[in-house]
Ligand binder design. Structure first.
Ligand code: FES
Length: 365
């Protein structure tokens, strides 16, 4: 007697119960009362607690209401996002801490409400519309038998039917509607990556006629000021001397000016590149084409320009071709000429995008 009781207790402790008994429908027998029902899979109709149609309809309306709230909150998310337009220079307005605080509260609040409402709608759907089961089954060893697998898939398909996703278009449509703003949200957030660069990466502020000025003193340079073997760093003369150049413009436009004997130019210089020089003065970008360090160490006897970061070496007498190091392309050349007073001016922008090569540089590595 004692042994039997212990055995039954052990069996009960290994049972699991899934589902919530409802006030409607019949109360189910336990697994002990009906051992033949174990592993039956999709549960017999008499074990299903189907909600009365009126209850289901109320549930449908309530769930749909939640989905509509989710939709409106999702729209609110977009409105909150676009309430803060980018600054005139293209930077996101939420770069300002106070604006960011408001933006975060609105974005987070609307997104949280949208997600909560979808969850609430799904909960109401399950609790009020779907039929419920009370299920008893023993814990078994893994893996599942073929019988259990097919039983599960049958059960799953039956669940899909009973969920009402096909039968109840109002639920289905409002749920899909609620999902639309959330699905689009990641796409819209791409805007925070900033404005597209356009061709900004391919050009600098050098233009035909821009005076070359000495970096630091902003003094214009006459061609005869340079002695053979010399090298100086130059910048474009700013249109507005009072405010000067922006740091970005300076970083992109900085140039080295080298004076050598014109006879030293080698075969690596094309006819076009020779025309871009003036009386042995050649101008190259100072921004290394490896990862952008200033390439400004010049060895006058070999005409080598060395970048101190990773030792890329360029041949100034041959179009700044790479002769050593990790850089893959020459330093871009700046076409120069002199004005009627003998001052050096640019004859256009650089021959290629300056600095490290990027995906759309339009130059071969
Ligand atoms: S940045 Fe010039 S060699 Fe690396």
């Amino acid at each position: 007697m004692t042994d039997n009781t212990n055995h039954n207790d052990a069996d009960k402790s290994r049972e699991r119960v899934i589902g919530t008994p409802t006030s409607e429908g019949a109360t189910l027998a336990t697994a002990e009362d009906a051992p033949h029902r174990r592993h039956e899979g999709p549960y017999p109709a008499e074990e299903t607690h189907v909600r009365p149609e009126e209850v289901q309809r109320r549930g449908e309306r309530m769930a749909s209401l939640w989905f509509l709230v989710a939709f409106l909150a999702g729209i609110g998310f977009f409105v909150s996002y676009f309430m803060f337009p980018a600054n005139s220079d293209g930077t996101p307005s939420i770069a300002d801490p106070e604006t960011a605080q408001w933006a975060n509260m609105l974005l987070g609040g609307t997104l949280a409400l949208a997600l909560f409402s979808i969850g609430a709608g799904m909960t109401v759907w399950v609790r009020r519309v779907l039929p419920h089961y009370e299920v008893s089954s023993p814990y078994d060893e893994l893996p599942s038998s073929e019988e259990e697998k097919s039983s599960f898939s049958e059960f799953f398909m039956r669940g899909a039917q009973e969920s009402g996703i096909l039968k109840r278009p109002l639920l289905r449509r409002t749920l899909l509607l609620a999902m639309v703003p959330l699905g689009l949200a990641p796409v819209v957030l791409l805007r925070d990556m900033g404005p597209l660069p356009g061709d900004k990466l391919k050009r600098t502020i050098w233009r035909d006629g821009t005076y070359l000025v000495v970096e630091g003193t902003n003094r214009r340079i006459r061609a005869e000021d340079l002695v053979p073997g010399s090298m100086i760093s130059v910048l474009p003369e700013p249109d507005d001397p009072e405010h000067g150049l922006s740091m970005n413009d300076q970083a992109e436009a900085v140039t080295i000016l080298i004076k050598m004997d014109p006879k030293d130019f080698g075969p690596g210089m094309s006819q076009q590149q020779l025309e871009w020089t003036h009386d042995g003065i050649v101008a190259y970008s100072k921004v290394c084409t490896h990862v952008g360090c200033p390439a400004a160490l010049y060895e006058q006897t070999t005409h080598r320009i060395l970048c101190p970061c990773h030792q890329s070496t360029f041949d100034a007498a041959n179009g700044a071709a790479v002769v050593f190091g990790p850089a893959h392309r020459p330093l871009p050349q700046l076409p120069i000429r002199v004005d009627e007073e003998g001052y050096l001016v640019a004859a256009g922008d650089f021959s290629a995008p300056v600095g490290p090569t990027f995906w759309d540089a339009g130059v071969e590595d």
